[in-house]
Design a protein around this ligand. Structure first.
Ligand code: ADP
Ligand code: AMP
Length: 211
């Protein structure tokens, strides 16, 4: 398996927003554990039933569940050229498990302050057909009610994108996920990006890392 890239940062930092650009530049498919878990919840699978309560509460799903999910994902044929991990790993045990199964060449850490995170998450909505990510103020549809990307007219808001749950998710990030930065920095893999800029400016900074 070729090397993978990790897109790292707090919830709402802009990982999903920037992922498309990296997929285009590298050809590595995006793997979002959050998207995989939400699909499992919608389908009512055993995985979904296990994950649902944690997700609704804004807590992390147990490591063994996530590691099992990734072990299965990297067996698929499109993983041979490496993957773009979005929202994984989120704990040191997850990163250790990844190290044992797939090489990582770069960890792109997007930094955004907590108050901006709350503002971003509370205004987030996505296209129900293609998943394009929007924001009420910062990234509205060009034509109101019509997806720029696919022309769809149905949109979704996540139940866990409430202010109260965002605060719990930020606590989980600071306590369980942020220690991973030092872990990856020690390995010489970490590249920090200031995410407190416009979507285009952040995208430009990420593109410069990929040259
Ligand atoms: P993540 O995948 O890290 O959880 P998203 O990409 O879904 O974050 O972005 C969270 C919200 O913030 C979305 O509504 C998105 O439109 C908005 N957003 C993303 N990047 C920026 C930015 N640089 N400036 C302002 N808003 C942004
Ligand atoms: P996200 O879509 O990345 O914001 O993730 C939504 C929710 O899914 C999180 O709040 C967690 O409950 C769960 N989740 C997603 N990825 C992981 C992970 N790598 N480890 C643990 N929980 C996760």
């Amino acid at each position: 398996m070729d090397s993978s890239i990790v897109l790292f940062g707090p919830p709402g930092a802009g990982k999903g927003t920037q992922a498309g650009r990296i997929v285009q530049a590298t050809g590595k498919p995006q793997v979002s554990t959050g998207d995989m878990l939400r699909a499992a919840v919608d389908e009512g699978t055993e995985l979904g039933r296990t994950a649902k309560g944690y997700m609704e509460a804004g807590e992390l799903v147990p490591d063994e569940v996530i590691i099992g999910l990734i072990e299965e994902r990297i067996k698929l044929p499109d993983a041979s050229g490496g993957l773009l991990f979005d929202g994984f790993p989120r704990t040191v045990p997850q990163a250790e498990a990844l190290q044992n199964i797939a090489p990582v060449s770069m960890v792109i850490a997007i930094h955004v302050d907590d108050e901006s995170i709350v503002e971003r998450i509370c205004g987030r909505f996505t296209c129900a057909s293609c998943g394009e990510v929007y924001h009420d103020l910062f990234r509205p549809c060009k034509v109101e009610g019509v997806c720029d990307s696919c022309g769809g007219s149905e949109f979704k808001r996540r139940a866990d994108d409430s202010e109260e749950t965002v605060r719990t998710r930020l606590t989980a990030y600071h306590n369980q996920t942020s220690p991973l930065e030092a872990w990856y920095e020690n390995q010489g893999l970490l590249r920090r990006i200031d995410g407190n800029h416009t979507i285009d400016q952040v995208g430009e900074a990420i593109s410069n890392l990929l040259i």
